[in-house]
Design a protein around this ligand. Structure first.
Ligand code: 8YV
Length: 303
């Protein structure tokens, strides 16, 4: 992000790994001279890069998700990790609702219908599914999940959630059993962190429980959903549809999804507004500045 790079250049001596002709050789020769790292949720910090940076004491992540950073290793080495929670909650929640409305009401499909000249005096678009008043199940009621629940109350939706334990200070129904939540929900929205603990949490059994009238929305990480099982569920109408902003192997989107009308496909854009990305950039820099000023980073991972 140009404004992030500009702000970093004003304060620090910046070297971009992706600009190096031979990043591996560069790390071998120069890695020991770096004090800090800025990375993104998408790029993460591969183990071999972290290993080549022996003096690094701070990693500032542009993004809330840190599933591509080896946190155990960072902790072992005493490296502080900052990220950008909260500033993106509104935009991610807005987009989750965009996906709910789109896939249930068929907005993208209807747009394709109009553009293809199929709206004629003889032909009307198919009927779709009402959103207001329906049941919303949230998988992982963290910061973003809570804002989605807040949006949903404006749509008079009933809300339940599953977490490892009940969330403090909320009065939505806690459902410890993911399968029971899936059976109950008309819309199942995934807002868990990625990583090993949530890998393929949404599997064929959960999709079966969600059922043919209900929809899956994923604004978390592609790794949380068994993508092959989801493709099958969408092809065989095991579920009604899905709204996806994230995929297992971005930017690769399974070919089989491209021809299906019951799925809305977005290129990981939930936080992608000027407003929110700038707020994320500001926090990325502020975390670094605080650390190098000898203070605690503003939004540390382990608070
Ligand atoms: C990305 C995200 O940060 O914050 C996250 O975890 O997934 C997004 O907001 C954004 O694509 C920059 O990598």
């Amino acid at each position: 992000m140009p404004t992030l790079l500009a702000a970093l250049r004003e304060r620090y001596d910046i070297h971009c790994l992706v600009d190096q002709a031979d990043p591996e050789a560069y790390l071998r020769e120069q890695g020991a001279s770096f004090d800090g790292v800025v990375t993104s949720a998408f790029a993460g910090l591969p183990d071999e890069v972290l290993a080549a940076l022996p003096k690094v004491r701070i990693v500032s992540n542009f993004g809330v998700g840190v599933d591509r950073i080896n946190l155990d290793e960072a902790r072992r080495r005493g490296i502080e990790v900052g990220h950008t929670p909260d500033v993106l909650n509104d935009c991610v929640a807005d987009l989750a609702f965009g996906l709910i409305l789109d896939v249930a009401r068929g907005l993208s499909e209807a747009d394709r219908f109009v553009r293809a000249g199929q709206w004629t005096p003889e032909r009307r678009f198919r009927l779709s599914t009402r959103v207001s008043g329906k049941r919303l199940g949230i998988v992982g009621l963290g910061r973003i999940g809570q804002v989605i629940a807040h949006r949903a109350s404006g749509f008079d939706m009933a809300i339940r959630y599953t977490n490892r334990r009940p969330a403090a200070g909320v009065d939505f129904g806690f459902e410890p059993d993911l399968l029971a939540l899936a059976r109950w929900a008309d819309f199942l929205v995934v807002t868990t962190p990625g990583g090993a603990a949530t890998h393929h949490l949404i599997n064929a059994e959960v999709l079966q429980a969600l059922g043919p009238q209900s929809f899956l929305i994923n604004v978390a990480r592609g790794s949380v959903v068994d993508e092959a099982a989801l493709v099958q569920a969408l092809q065989n109408r095991v579920i009604a549809g899905a709204g996806l902003d994230v995929f297992a192997d971005e930017p690769h989107v399974p070919e089989a999804l491209l021809s299906l009308d019951n799925v809305v496909l977005l290129p990981h854009v939930a936080s992608g507004t000027h407003d929110t990305r700038q707020a994320m950039a500001d926090l990325t820099v502020a975390n670094l500045d605080a650390f190098f000023a000898g203070e605690r980073v503003i939004s540390p991972l382990h608070s």
